[in-house]
Design a protein around this ligand. Structure first.
Ligand code: T4K
Length: 399
């Protein structure tokens, strides 16, 4: 049911959607296949520690990504922490502030200072032209983030890393099934890490992976994720517990089998949003490149408040009252979160593009749980709110 601006202003009692439409709603895939796998692992009584599903998932991912080694983990954050440790990073590491806070925390957790770099406003990934000015004698590495499935400038970052003898890794949590220059993400830099959290396009409930073409590094990472054990009773390295359980691998394998279908649905949704917002003043949909493969998992709107004449947060409030649980990912940027806000109070001074973008984004629901009709209703809410922004602001503030 389409609402008038007056109805939007008093919404709450009868929202457009009876139950919440969340960003990050998981894709489930083939339930029967998942249950078969779960029954099988229960029958075999092998629940964790290098089980057959974990091995199969690692092989399958390595094939899809065209990379020599894939080591799956219990989540993406632990994958980041282990990769950082295996690479021997210390001192300072250059990283974008526009990312989920796990990227920065994985460094700080190990007493490494994240040095925040601004983003390129088109790709929304680390601005490679601003990296070199942040390098100091303490710098040991660079972490690029393929944010929202947009690849970093991998050529430029590789060149900088080699010239300054720095380690290069990528947080590819959003970038499964994405290419950069036609090559699948997974094999760039020294290592890349993935997340298979429930909110990700391919999920294993919780899960993550490190991928690399470096066999020495892969061996070290395998040891580290299993307490450093090399065979029974033989610990050769300091390690932790980063293992993925079999039930997660069962979900991951099942999810991967539906990968093409999930991408097709996400693409359909992306086109519907694109069409739905094209005539709304002050709103644009962050485009995906037509030249690369991608997963279309993040629907990111950019709201120009001066043109739309309404605050981004007010639009989010209106959507949420209609049960569209839109998000401000990744507001306010890591540098404005603790402990970075206290440790590096001046960081924002060199992050003008990041500071601008975090005030403009609205991330909307997509995936298999949303219909084209729902997308049409969501874009109608946006159109009504923005084309009547003066009246809506008046009604909301007068209440
Ligand atoms: N690097 C990057 C760039 C990342 O984005 C992430 C994770 C990581 C590293 C770390 O990977 P992991 O260690 O998580 O594997 C969520 C996720 O928890 C997080 O995995 C993800 N990025 C981040 C972008 O989103 P929150 O704090 O926004 O979670 P929450 O609880 O608000 O849920 C997000 C939305 O998903 C809500 O609208 C509800 C919905 N949801 C969530 C779950 C778990 C569901 O509908 N069903 C569910 O089962 O962080």
């Amino acid at each position: 049911m389409r609402k008038s601006v007056q109805e939007l202003a008093i919404a709450g009692a009868s929202p457009t959607f009876p139950s919440p439409l969340h960003v990050g709603r998981p894709n489930i895939g083939n339930r029967e296949r998942l249950m078969e796998r779960i029954n099988d692992l229960l029958d075999r009584r092998w629940l964790s520690n290098a089980g057959v599903y974990v091995n199969e998932l690692e092989q399958r991912l390595a094939e899809i990504l065209g990379v020599k080694h894939c080591i799956v983990m219990c989540n993406g954050t632990v994958a980041l922490e282990i990769a950082i440790r295996a690479l021997g990073l210390q001192g300072e590491v250059i990283v974008p502030s526009l990312t989920f806070v796990a990227t920065a925390h994985a460094l700080q957790w190990q007493q490494i200072k994240p040095v925040f770099c601004d983003i390129d406003p088109v790709s929304c990934t680390i601005d490679s032209s601003r990296v070199e000015e942040l390098i100091t004698p303490l710098t040991t590495g660079i972490i690029g983030v393929h944010l929202w499935g947009r690849p970093c400038n991998t050529d430029a970052l590789q060149e900088i890393a080699e010239r300054h003898r720095l380690r290069l890794m990528y947080d590819a949590a959003h970038a499964l099934g994405v290419t950069s220059g036609g090559k699948m993400i997974g094999g760039f830099g020294d290592v890349e890490i993935f997340s298979f959290h429930a909110t990700k396009f391919i999920n294993s409930f919780e899960g993550g992976a490190v991928t690399t073409n470096n066999s020495v590094l892969a061996d070290r990472i395998r040891l580290m994720k299993n307490f450093g054990f090399s065979g029974y009773d033989n610990v050769v390295y300091i390690g932790t517990n980063g293992k993925m359980p079999e039930v997660s691998a069962a979900m991951g394998l099942t999810s991967l089998e539906s990968m093409d279908e999930f991408i097709a649905i996400n693409y359909r949704n992306y086109l519907a949003y694109k069409d739905g917002v094209k005539d709304i003043p002050g709103i644009s949909l962050l485009p995906y490149s037509d030249n690369e493969r991608t997963n279309y998992q993040y629907i990111v709107l950019i709201l120009d408040e001066t043109v739309a004449r309404i605050a981004r947060d007010r639009v989010i409030d209106v959507l949420q009252k209609e049960n569209v649980i839109a998000r401000r990912y990744f507001y306010p940027g890591c540098h404005r979160m603790e402990p970075y806000r206290s440790l590096q109070p001046q960081a924002g001074l060199v992050l003008p593009e990041t500071e601008k973008l975090v005030r403009q984004t609205i991330v909307l629901p997509t995936g298999t749980d949303i219909s084209l009709e729902a997308i049409s209703e969501i874009t109608d809410i946006l159109r009504c709110a923005i084309t009547n922004s003066d009246e809506l602001t008046y009604l909301l503030t007068a209440r």
